[in-house]
Design a binder for this molecule. Structure first.
Ligand code: PMP
Length: 362
């Protein structure tokens, strides 16, 4: 079999090897079924069991209460930028957005098409190096919901504790840190996440929504944009991404096998610490983008003194078997995405490489 390299891609991203090997085996024929997951009907008993197991896996990992619906939708997290306001803004037609990075800005752009938006806080003037403090939030107590992005994938800036919003429904884009640790789902009205970083392949987006909020979805909404219809049909109003949901099932099984999200979180903290220590101990050779309190455990973003040096590092790293370290085209620099499935030994190898690169170029 081909050797695997270290994949630091921001998404679609590395998946657990156990998951890939199991999927590979099942891809010819599911045990006892004689057909693969790619070939069976989404209305079959076999598929239904997979669909329910994926939901059960998520429920166990996050202790999702019964008064929340778990949906598997399509259109990526980007469609949620529209579905959230279309479904949740009425009848007040206003919402609060907290902005501390590029994805939050994209969510804001779509929400503005639907109603009146109050920007509760933004750290754009600080180049999105940090999340806002609780004191900076100027919330409208009468708003429909408050939206925030738990981890800004491009800037590498993450909340380590949810913003406090009282009784207003809290809506979170958790695309790039879902399942990286246990969160208290009860604090949220709605959580959404594209699967392609911590949960599976692209093409499926997980939505966890408190059931009372489904009553806000108006009948006038287009069917496929309506959370209530998707919930009533258990995400099977149309053909879902059956393969993506099957991979989510395998990923939840892998996480449960590790000991759950508390164990995963310990590993994630250890991996991120190794990289941030390397940056902090470099005497300024490597400069972290995010302020320390807002550093992401998933996307470690940093710069070198010049673009030439950054390019040199990326070229040498690629030759040494480290893929995907180039920062997002909008901000440049470097970004090491170290999601759940990224192995500790890969982070150790990168740190060795970075220290050696500094010796040769510092
Ligand atoms: N939100 C965040 C935080 C993201 O990182 C991304 C994708 N990188 C998106 C939204 C958009 O996701 P999609 O490409 O699935 O629409």
């Amino acid at each position: 079999m081909e050797n695997r390299i270290y994949n630091f891609s921001a998404g679609p991203a590395v998946l657990p090897e156990e998951v890939l090997l199991e999927a590979q085996k099942d891809l010819f024929a599911l045990p006892g079924v004689g057909m693969s997951i790619l070939e069976i009907s989404h209305r079959s008993k076999t598929y239904d069991a997979i669909h329910q197991e994926a939901k059960e896996g998520l429920k166990k990992l996050l202790d999702i209460p019964d008064d929340y619906a778990i949906l598997f939708l399509q259109g990526g997290a980007s469609l949620q930028f529209s579905m959230v306001p279309l479904n949740l803004m009425p009848p007040k037609n206003k919402a609060d957005y907290i902005i501390h990075g590029s994805w939050g800005k994209k969510a804001l752009k779509e929400a503005k098409r639907v109603g009146t938006i109050n920007i509760a806080a933004t750290t754009e003037a600080d180049k999105f190096k940090r999340v806002p403090t609780q004191d900076e939030l100027k919330l409208d107590p009468d708003t429909s919901y408050v939206h925030f992005t738990s981890n800004e994938t491009i800037e590498g800036v993450q909340w380590h504790k949810e913003p406090e919003v009282g009784n207003i429904p809290l809506v979170c884009d958790a695309s790039s840190d879902m399942l990286h640790k246990k969160i208290d789902v009860k604090k949220y009205g709605l959580i959404y996440a594209g699967a392609q970083k911590n949960m599976g392949p692209s093409g499926v987006v997980l939505v966890i929504i408190r059931k009372d909020l489904l009553e806000r979805s108006q009948d006038s909404l287009h069917t496929m944009l309506n959370y209530k219809i998707h919930a009533e049909n258990d995400s099977l109003y149309n053909t879902p991404n059956t393969f993506g949901i099957y991979i989510i099932k395998l990923v939840t099984k892998w996480l449960l096998g590790l000991g759950g999200l508390d164990e995963m979180y310990k590993i994630n903290k250890k991996k991120a610490q190794l990289l941030y220590d390397c940056i902090d101990q470099s005497g300024g050779f490597y400069k972290g983008h995010a302020e320390k309190d807002s550093r992401s455990l998933m996307n470690v973003t940093f710069n070198l003194a010049t673009e030439e040096l950054e390019k040199k590092l990326i070229d040498e790293a690629t030759k040494a078997g480290f893929s995907g370290l180039k920062g997002h085209r909008s901000v440049g620099g470097l970004r090491a995405s170290i999601y759940n499935a990224f192995p500790l030994k890969g982070v150790e190898a990168l740190v060795d490489f970075m220290r050696d690169f500094q010796k040769r170029n510092g």
